[in-house]
Design a protein around this ligand. Structure first.
Ligand code: HEM
Length: 410
């Protein structure tokens, strides 16, 4: 196929597995169009994605390596991409800049630092389950996304970063707006840019006035002591990245795992009987239904050939975690089936290489706390609607359920 035959990705992400299979049938890496008509290459399988992510000739810095970067400002329908690649933080930098920005935050998310948060995560989970039990005591339908999957990681990340109560609702709305790729209008993009300044600028102002024992205060201190390590802009966008990535992804991990178990009763029984571990449930969820289905954007620093296709210097590439997880060449002909017993822990859902997720231990610990606690507390838990009535969040990036309506007692 030629690059003129670009396939437009569904901006709503309504059926990502089916779209992934269609693209895979066209080759190992195919030309696609992101919302608003942004051209990019999409790897369609595990090996190709891994090869590209690990290739040092693939950058994440649009300012240095995207040949269309000068055009973004001229094209209003491309403005939405700025929320992803126009914000300067570790996710959109390359080489030394990336190493500098990552070093400021990554040490706070090691396994050891994460363990120190376990007791707090358990306490928040217990409070949320109590509230759910009260709301669903008479057999009412309750939404597990609103009642558990969302508030747990949100509360944890807000405590870590000292986000005051009055900014939490706006923070949640801002991150949902960035994840919503169904509206590439200039108005939506302008709203996001305005809110980044208002909400996270508001957080920085708040913490300057009232410093605390939190990571926002720590980053402000680094900024004030040494502007070469962290500029004002990088401070704002680092907060956006770590707070945003810090809850929205884990919300979908918990929601997706709950739905996977509720729709696979035999595997739920295997977990209950100790035949399958919760770790395996989490990994299988991340493989089949990764919280980030795909992520914009990477850029070829020089011409490179992958899967027999030449990606020219300056071209954009989207990283496709769902395509990798569902690849039959790697996981076998039943790759699209949820089967926690298969023990596939080599998924790429947390990325790989220098940009590998810094929050993976935290996300995993939250899920491994919430899921067993939920299923132990409510052994009769069941979906309140048919699985085919569940709706995906409107995004080709975020991959999760908008609501998870359940009844707590069978
Ligand atoms: C289920 C939960 C999560 C998933 C699936 C996930 C997924 C990912 C993926 C795929 C990447 C790699 C991006 C790339 O290579 O371009 C990444 C990076 C990142 N994640 Fe996560 N993430 C999760 C949870 C978290 C949490 C809880 C935090 C924060 C505490 C976090 C913070 C970050 C940051 C800061 C990066 C950028 C690392 C870099 O560019 O060097 N993530 N995540």
């Amino acid at each position: 196929m030629t690059v003129t035959d670009r396939i437009a990705l569904d901006p709503f992400g309504a059926d990502i597995p089916a779209e992934t299979a269609r693209l895979r049938a066209l080759g190992p890496i195919v030309p696609v169009e992101l919302p608003g008509g942004i051209p990019a290459w999409a790897p369609t399988g595990y090996d190709t994605l891994k090869e590209l992510i690990l290739d040092p000739r693939v950058s994440k810095d649009p300012r240095k390596h995207w040949k269309l970067w000068p055009e973004v400002a001229q094209r209003p329908s491309w403005g939405w991409i700025l929320g992803w690649v126009g914000v300067v933080n570790m996710l959109s930098t390359y080489g030394d800049d990336h190493a500098r920005l990552r070093k400021l935050v990554a040490p706070s998310f090691t396994h050891r630092r994460t363990e120190a948060m376990r007791a707090r995560v358990e306490a928040i989970t217990a409070e949320l389950l109590d509230a759910l039990a009260a709301a669903g005591a008479e057999g009412e339908v309750v939404d597990l996304r609103q009642g558990l999957a969302h508030p747990l990681p949100m509360q944890v990340i807000c405590e870590l970063f000292g986000v005051p109560d009055e900014l939490r609702e706006d923070t949640s709305r801002l991150v949902a707006a960035i994840m919503d790729t169904s509206d590439p209008s200039p108005e939506h993009a302008a709203f996001v840019q305005q809110q980044i300044g208002a909400v996270l600028g508001g957080l920085i102002a708040h913490k300057r006035e009232r410093p605390g024992d939190d990571m926002t205060t720590e980053l402000i201190r680094v900024r004030d002591e040494d502007g070469d390590r962290l500029s004002d802009e990088e401070l704002l966008y680092t907060l956006l990245l770590v707070i945003g990535a810090g809850f929205e992804t884990t919300v979908n991990l918990i929601g997706n795992a709950v739905v996977a178990l509720l729709t696979h009763p035999e595997q739920r029984a295997a977990v209950r009987d100790g035949k399958t571990g919760w770790d395996a449930v989490v990994d299988e969820t991340l493989r089949v239904h990764p919280s980030i289905a795909s992520l914009p954007l990477r850029f070829a620093v020089s011409d490179l050939t992958v899967g027999g296709v030449t990606v020219a210097a300056g071209d954009a590439i989207i990283t496709t975690y769902a395509a990798a997880g569902l690849d039959p060449a790697h996981y076998g002909p039943d790759a699209d089936a949820f089967d926690a017993a298969r023990g596939a822990d080599d998924h790429l859902a947390f990325g790989i290489g220098v940009h590998r997720c810094i929050g993976a231990p935290l996300a995993r610990m939250e899920a491994l706390t919430a899921l067993p606690a939920l299923f132990d507390r409510f052994p009769g838990l069941r979906l309140a609607v048919g699985a085919d009535e569940l709706r995906q969040v409107p995004s080709f990036i975020a991959f999760g359920w908008q609501e998870v309506p359940v009844r707590l007692h069978g």
